[in-house]
Structures are given as C-alpha cells and as structure tokens.
Design a protein around this ligand. Structure first.
Ligand code: FEO
Length: 405
C-alpha cells in the first residue's frame, strides 16, 4: 500500500520507517527506530533520489509504482551507496530497465563491488559542480566525500531550493507519519538521537563536514531532505549550527558529564558525591553515566555535548576498566577534541587506572586539558576524601567559568 508524503508540488517522500532493526550498522541501538528516506520527483522526467535498505524495498517499490502510475522511471540519483540506502538499487534496476543512473565515480565503483548489474543502464558520472536538467528542475551536484563514505555527493534542486543531503543532517529515530521538522517537537524528541547519529556515524569526519557546510552555504537552501529523519523546512539555521559545532568539536553546552565504572558501588558513590557538590555550587547541568550500562554510542554523544568530562574508573587487570577503556578508544576513533577532563581512580592494591587514563587523554586525544585535582580512592572513600572532592568541584566550577589560567 502507498505510504508516501508530498514534499513540494512535484516531489514526494517515498521512503519507509524501520522499527524491527535492533542495531543500526549492527552496532548502534536504535530504540526509536530509523527512517530510510528516498524521494521521487515527477518532472518532465521522473527521478528517484536515493533508495532504501533491503528491509524497506517492498514499501519503496509500492510507493514508486503508485506515484508513477504507469510512467517509466527515467533517472535514479544515488547520493549515497551504503546498503542502508543502496541495497534496493538492484530491484529498481530490474523493475525499470531503462532507468539511467547518476552518481559519482566512486558510486559506480561501489555498485560493482556490491555486485549490482548495470547492464543496459546508462551510467551518468558527475563531478563537483555538474548540473543536470530533468525538465523544470535543474539539479547541481557537489561531492561530499566521507560524509559518510567516499562516494557521497549531495544534490541541489535550483527550482525549489531543496538540498538532498545524503547522510548529512540525518538522525536516528523513525518518522512515523511526521515528515517535516515542524510536525514534531524535534528538540525534545529527537535532538539527542540526532547528536548520537551524527557523532557516531560521521563524528570522525568533522573537517569533511565543515567542507560540506561551506559548499552548502553557497546555495539558497529552503529545504533539507536527508536520508534519515525529518525534512527541514523551518529553523534550518538552528540545525546547521548544531552540525557546525559538532563538526568543529566544540562543546554544545557548558556542562559536566561524569562517566564512572564501578564494580561494587564504591567508585559510583564518589561520582555521586562529586555530582552533589557541583550542583551545590550552582552547576546543575551535570549528568552521571555508568559506563557498564550505558551504550558507548550514548557516551560518545554526550561527550560531544558537554565541555567537561570526569572519568572515574577502578583499576582492572593492572589497567583501565575495560568498558571505560572502550569509551576512551571510541573518543579517539571519533576524533573528540577540545574538552576538559578530571580523573578519579580507584585501586585496592596497585592503582594504575588514573595514570593510564591521563596518559591516554594526553597522548591519544587532541587538544585536551586535564585538571590537576585527581582523586585516588583505595577501595572505598571515607569522609577524609570530602575535602579533595570539594577541591575537585571547585576546580571544575572555576574551569567552567573560565577562571583557570
Ligand atoms: Fe545512512 Fe552512511 O548510510
């Protein structure tokens, strides 16, 4: 059954929503689902902009067939070939034997690698700045390598000023009938999922995103149509600004994240006391995360949001607690920069976690600051640690206020 939405006079969303997949890319939990967006333009020529995951192929095909109503599909623009969009391309090629395919040079390389049979289909290879007319609509193409794969490009429709942005401006979370950003309370319902999507999927490639933002700024954009999440037709600057901050590795908020690992609750107690002391000092933008029961994609998302990160870890096998190490490793892989850290360690005999965490932050991460007030716990903390926790809380407050030299 047809389940599309009209975007403009002659442009339709023909994607689908996914709720049955537990892990996006088989790694990131998506409790709110995800949308696979594709768009059909009914100009003098019909143009499908991107496709969907294999799981959504049937819905895509029903949507296209309904709207085409017997017309041929003339063009398929592939802005992104990753299988969460590209997997259903083969079915489209088979169903529409005369469809011409538009993509970057690497799009066609990846199509071959994924085993798609282009025989009989014209391949139109475009490069930066190329334009193509479909009748009333002329599209320009800009390359956006590594946002999020090397073949990625974005397409801009000069008639309606729509930017088809591929993975850029995507989010986790299914749309469930609400296509446009102004049909939902985006900040309350989806900002966290947008940040978690960006930081974990594209976070590593901040300079590439910056480059795309500069290219996009040249277009008079009235609408952004990404491959996941809502179509933006209002408040676009607000969402672009979020991506600008994230891709410059600038903290979104002056805030404190206390990430703790705790085997028997003693390290957690110290983290809780520190949180209380910060709130008592007026710093209420504080959140605690037990790394053992918070998915690392959420930890990474929060580390991009906040300015200050407290790491509290026991020593484990003479090293950093493994789940905390995994968090640090992901910070490195996703290129987190420009944060201020404080360190709390616990060790019942040979305490190593503090030194190792400090070494990792200093040597493996870029442009990080570590506050001097480290706290060392031997098994559990007594009242004798209260003054040290006061000193750490004071130091974090001073840092947040920019009062440290
Ligand atoms: Fe939504 Fe990089 O694929």
């Amino acid at each position: 059954m047809y389940n599309g939405r009209k975007v403009t006079e002659d442009l339709y969303w023909v994607g689908a929503n996914e709720h049955r997949l537990a892990l996006f890319e088989n790694i990131h939990p998506i409790p709110k689902g995800v949308s696979y967006n594709a768009y059909l333009l009914l100009d003098e020529n019909s143009v499908l902009v991107d496709a969907v995951d294999w799981s959504a192929c049937r819905q895509l095909m029903e949507n296209i067939q309904y709207l085409l109503n017997g017309r041929a599909l003339d063009y398929l623009i592939i802005n992104h070939m990753e299988p969460d969009h590209g997997a259903s391309i083969q079915a489209i090629l088979k169903e529409y034997p005369n469809v011409k395919v538009i993509g970057s040079v690497k799009t066609f390389m990846l199509m071959r690698q994924f085993g798609f049979d282009m025989e009989g289909h014209e391949a139109i290879q475009v490069k930066e700045g190329d334009s193509y007319s479909f009748g009333n609509h002329t599209f320009s193409f800009s390359m956006a390598p590594m946002v999020h794969w090397p073949e990625v490009m974005v397409s801009f429709d000069h008639k309606d000023n729509v930017l088809f942005s591929a993975d850029a401006f995507g989010i986790f979370g299914a749309l469930d009938g609400k296509l446009f950003n102004d049909e939902m309370d985006f900040e309350r319902e989806f900002l966290d999922e947008a940040r978690r999507y960006y930081t974990n999927i594209v976070g590593k490639y901040g300079p590439h995103v910056q480059s795309l933002l500069k290219k996009a700024a040249k277009y008079p954009i009235k609408m952004i149509a990404p491959l996941h999440g809502p179509v933006w037709r209002s408040n676009i600057e607000w969402f672009v600004d979020k991506h600008d901050k994230w891709s410059r590795y600038e903290a979104e908020e002056e805030a404190v994240m206390i990430a703790y690992a705790s085997m028997y609750g003693n390290t957690e107690t110290v983290a809780q006391v520190l949180a209380s002391k910060l709130v008592e000092r007026g710093i209420t933008n504080v959140k605690l995360y037990d790394v053992s029961n918070t998915h690392v994609s959420q930890l990474i998302s929060e580390s991009f949001r906040v300015s200050h990160i407290v790491l509290a870890s026991p020593t484990y096998n003479m090293g950093i607690y493994p789940i905390m190490y995994n968090f640090l490793h992901d910070m490195k892989e996703l290129n987190l920069q420009n944060r201020t850290f404080a360190i709390i360690e616990n060790g019942s005999w040979a305490s190593k976690a503090g030194d190792l965490m400090e070494q990792f932050v200093k040597e493996e991460l870029k442009n990080m600051t570590i506050l001097d007030e480290r706290i060392c716990i031997a098994s559990s903390a007594g009242e004798d640690k209260a003054l040290e926790l006061d000193a750490m809380a004071d130091c974090i407050v001073a840092s947040l206020k920019g009062e440290l030299a």
